[in-house]
Ligand binder design. Structure first.
Ligand code: APR
Length: 311
């Protein structure tokens, strides 16, 4: 089984590296438009295989989509990252053209692939790949919820000084300030988080999660890569191993949660067929309001893409 990662920058290279270390597929192809970068990083990674003991072959190529032929999963990270002062939405015009051209090539060589979009603004770039590929919605979706819940869970683990492994959380909505963390569905080994953290403190942690991407941009001058790369790798693993894992993913809604024609983060079952089921949790009034507000925001940014008349 082959996985292709398009874009060998910070996120793409990290993602390929995590996939190789997890050793669940035969080959990872890393592709970049920038001459030599994917080849160099792939070779460097492959040279860790005798140390870290994995078999997954890593092949780097410069814009040669033939090498991606027949990929079971394709992860699109190509695009420019966010700089301080930029919102994710600011990236739209540059990244839409990149994601469109990449998706055309991906489809040409792997018409049956499952596409995971990572480029930002996430919800809209996923829409862009969906429009370009014309794939079923079960086969093209975005990585955001796995990252956002990981941030939330990691902050809670620090707060409580417990293992992040034992923290489960659910988060809905767009990838940005309008995301909807659901403390009601957050537990520590099955114990509600409210048993451990005061309401006001929890609000602060939720707020930090919402701004989690920006916190890193402000520290480093560019956007994150370790957690985004690992999150996309985990989604690919669930698909390739047909694990039926439940993750929040950015998916095209067609009436679920009373929302239609919008890409938004909701919990889904991920398996060999991509999104095998969308899970509709019963939300209370306040949560529903926040989710719909998030959808309105995403729709506005989707309209910016529509206005670009690329399709
Ligand atoms: N085809 C292939 N690769 C491309 C193309 C293209 N058309 N255009 C750009 N790239 C490559 C660049 O050459 C670069 O190596 O995409 C890579 C992007 O890497 P970085 O600049 O390091 O950006 P990164 O931090 O990896 O973020 C990539 O993921 O999380 C999002 O917001 C982030 O949209 C950004 C994307």
């Amino acid at each position: 089984m082959k996985i292709s990662v398009i874009g060998a920058g910070n996120v793409g290279a990290t993602c390929a590296n995590v996939i190789a270390h997890k050793d669940f597929c035969k080959e990872v192809v890393l592709l970049d438009i920038n001459e030599g970068i994917a080849e160099g990083k792939s070779l460097d990674m492959w040279e860790t295989s005798p140390i870290n003991l994995y078999n997954t072959r890593i092949t780097g190529v410069t814009n040669d989509y033939k090498a991606t032929k027949g990929s079971a999963v394709t992860i699109i990270t190509a695009g420019i990252p966010r700089k301080p002062g930029m919102s994710r939405d600011d990236l739209i015009s540059t990244n839409a053209k990149i994601v469109k051209s990449v998706t055309e090539q991906v489809k040409k060589y792997s018409p049956k692939t499952t596409i995971i979009v990572v480029a930002n603004p996430l919800d809209v770039m996923t829409y862009c790949a969906y429009l370009t590929s014309q794939f079923d919605r079960t086969k093209v979706f975005g990585m955001a919820g796995v990252l956002d819940t990981a941030r939330f869970r990691s902050f809670l683990a620090l707060e409580l000084n417990v293992s992040p492994k034992d923290i489960q959380a659910l988060l809905l909505g767009g990838h940005g300030d309008t995301m909807v963390p659901l403390p009601r569905f957050t537990t520590v080994s099955g114990i509600p988080i409210t048993e451990f953290v005061e309401k006001d403190r929890l609000k602060e942690i939720v707020q930090r999660t919402k701004k989690g991407g920006g916190e890193i941009v402000n520290l480093m001058g560019t956007s994150a890569w370790y957690a985004p790369g690992a999150a996309a790798a985990q989604m690919a693993e669930a698909i390739v191993k047909d694990e039926k894992r439940i993750f929040p993913c950015c998916t095209w809604l067609d009436g679920e949660y009373d929302l239609k024609d919008v890409f938004l983060g909701v919990p889904v079952v991920l398996g060999k067929n991509g999104i095998e089921k969308i899970i509709e949790v019963k939300l209370n009034k306040g949560e529903t309001k926040l989710l719909h507000k998030s959808a309105d925001h995403v729709k506005k940014v989707m309209a910016v893409l529509d206005d670009m008349k690329l399709f």
